[in-house]
Design a protein around this ligand. Structure first.
Ligand code: NAD
Ligand code: IPM
Ligand code: MN
Length: 346
């Protein structure tokens, strides 16, 4: 039987609850057709407190041998600064494995009441995931003095911008043929003008895709006022980060927003995780919504080539939410939602 080796990383807070839920559903979906062989890695803020590092020095090399990574969430800011935990685990994995395309779908599952009047939207946000505003270039001088200056440099490369836009164009071709490219080229005259130029050049290669350019501020308003007008939205690392929490909000909340950090060349493993974080405010309550993590797991199955099993997971999720379970934030327990999804799997 075909076996996939999966690195399981629950991480911090609700990461544990939601990845356990996702794993149970994925194993059930695999039953009889293929096998998921999970290896758990406890890398997290707790691991940092014990060892002084978020992962071992050879952590990246260890993960490289897996077919995919299933991640919960990283961060426990009360004990480890985010600047340490995220730069010690999540962000290096995305970069080292060239997971440059972060795919984040936003649509309402049946039975979920979103906050908007407009319910018929189906958006895929393609977030650049390895460079841009997250390049980590910069520094601080004259620290602690009145003359202090902090610099955080965004780095946009032609390779990086071209490949994420191309990925977006290809997605648009497979969907409804519309691509919205998001920048702030009215204020940022180097990187964002560069991005707009590349969008314009590539558009000539994809005459079948209808391309529009938006400024990030206008896009934020459009996602609320007219989300049904959008299909594929491509944005830089930071803009994509912000737009996808907005996307999560319009699809009912962070408990519904899935994400796939994809290495399209398959030269290294891809990583699947919900958009949300470790949710310290609800971490011990047993009420984290596992739907985003389960949906991310379905994206993992799809990426592994198990499209049929991925579809079964999505159908089970939809059947569960159509019954009302998990649709009201904070009402249903993680275990109850998971059990309903499992029962809906045929
Ligand atoms: P968060 O996403 O953890 O939480 C924001 C709000 O959404 C909270 O009120 C939380 O209770 C709620 N929420 C999140 N997921 C939920 C779910 N599945 N079900 C129900 N409610 C849910 O964002 P934050 O509070 O800004 O961050 C907490 C920590 O997580 C920080 O350390 C942050 O850096 C980290 N973080 C990590 C990731 C990641 O690993 N990919 C993503 C975002 C934030
Ligand atoms: C996300 C998260 C991360 C990001 C943080 C935790 C660094 O918000 O995956 O959306 O900004 O990429
Ligand atoms: Mn985010």
């Amino acid at each position: 039987m075909k076996t996939y080796r999966i690195a399981r990383m629950p991480g911090d807070g609700i990461g544990r609850n939601v990845t356990d839920a996702a794993w149970a559903v994925l194993e059930a979906a695999a039953k009889g057709d293929f096998k998921l062989e999970g290896t758990e890695f406890p890398w997290s803020c707790a691991f940092y407190k014990q060892t002084g590092a978020m992962m071992p020095a050879d952590g990246i090399e260890t993960l490289r041998g897996f077919d995919a990574i299933l991640l919960g969430a990283v961060g426990w800011p009360a004990e480890v600064p985010d600047s340490v935990s995220l730069h010690g685990l999540l962000l290096p994995i995305r970069k080292a494995f060239v997971q440059y395309a972060n795919i984040r779908p936003h649509r309402l599952l049946p039975g979920v009441q979103g906050p908007l009047k407009s319910e018929g939207f189906d958006i895929v946000c393609i977030r650049e995931n390895t460079e841009g505003e997250y390049s980590g270039a910069g520094g601080r001088v004259h620290q602690g003095t009145a003359d202090e200056v902090a610099v955080e440099t965004s780095i946009f490369t032609r390779t990086g911008v071209e490949r994420i836009l191309r990925f977006g164009f290809e997605q648009a071709r497979k969907r409804r043929g519309r691509l919205a490219s998001v920048t702030k080229s009215n204020a940022q005259k180097y990187s964002m003008v560069f991005w707009d130029e590349i969008t314009h050049t590539l558009a000539a290669e994809y005459p079948d895709v209808e391309v529009s350019s938006y400024h990030i501020d206008a896009m934020a308003a459009r996602m609320v006022m007219a989300p049904e007008s959008l299909d594929v939205v491509v944005a830089s690392n930071l803009f994509g980060d912000i737009l996808t929490d907005l996307g999560a909000a319009i699809q009912g909340g962070l408990g519904f927003a899935a994400s796939a950090n994809i290495n399209p060349d398959r030269s290294a493993p891809s990583m699947f995780e919900p958009v949300h974080g470790s949710a310290p405010d609800i971490a011990h309550l047993g009420i984290a919504n596992p739907i985003a993590a389960i949906w991310s797991g379905a994206m993992m199955l799809d990426h592994l080539g198990e499209a049929e099993a991925a579809r079964r997971v999505m159908t089970a999720l939809e059947k569960a939410t159509a019954q009302g379970i998990g649709t009201v934030p904070g009402r249903d327990r993680t275990d109850a939602i998971t059990a309903t999804v499992l029962a809906a799997l045929d």
